[in-house]
Design a protein around this ligand. Structure first.
Ligand code: RB5
Length: 147
């Protein structure tokens, strides 16, 4: 599995910390999509770039987007059909985002969660598995127009 990771300037320090953590503890092929430093950037640029990249190999990819609150990243990423970005502030949300919503992008707010909590949220997201069944029907309806 590929794990794509990106942030804006507010999320940059947490991105760097999580990249070290992921590298040592998880069997993912990690790709850092930037930014390379904490100079101010616009979060939608990174959310869109990661989303486009993820959708090129959606079956085998997960993403992590980090900004100050996680809100802007989740808004931008969810504009892409096929991206299911979940803003999570605790590990339970991350587990359920995978189990029930088949989330493929985790959004984190670096100004909301500390590094230790972010690591726990990420671990729950990476370990989570989609339950399928009735949840697959519901997830399909996310993309379908309702009558
Ligand atoms: C940057 O100041 C901040 O607006 C951004 O990181 C994010 O929180 C947006 O949702």
């Amino acid at each position: 599995m590929k794990l794509l990771v990106a942030s804006d300037h507010a999320g940059y320090p947490l991105k760097e910390a999580l990249l070290q953590e992921i590298g040592s503890q998880h069997a993912y092929q990690v790709e850092d999509l930037g930014p390379p430093n904490a100079q101010p950037v616009d979060y939608p640029d990174y959310a869109h770039a990661l989303s486009v990249r993820l959708l090129q190999d959606a079956e085998n990819s997960l993403g992590v987007l980090i900004c100050g609150t996680g809100i802007g990243m989740s808004m931008a990423a969810n504009r892409h059909h096929g991206v299911r970005a979940a803003l999570c502030t605790d590990p339970y949300m991350a587990t359920m985002a995978r189990m029930h919503n088949n989330a493929n992008v985790l959004c984190l707010g670096a100004r909301i969660v500390g590094q230790g909590l972010a690591q726990a949220i990420l671990a729950a997201f990476l370990e989570g598995r989609f339950d399928g069944g009735r949840h697959a029907t519901r997830v399909a309806k996310i993309d379908n127009k309702q009558p």
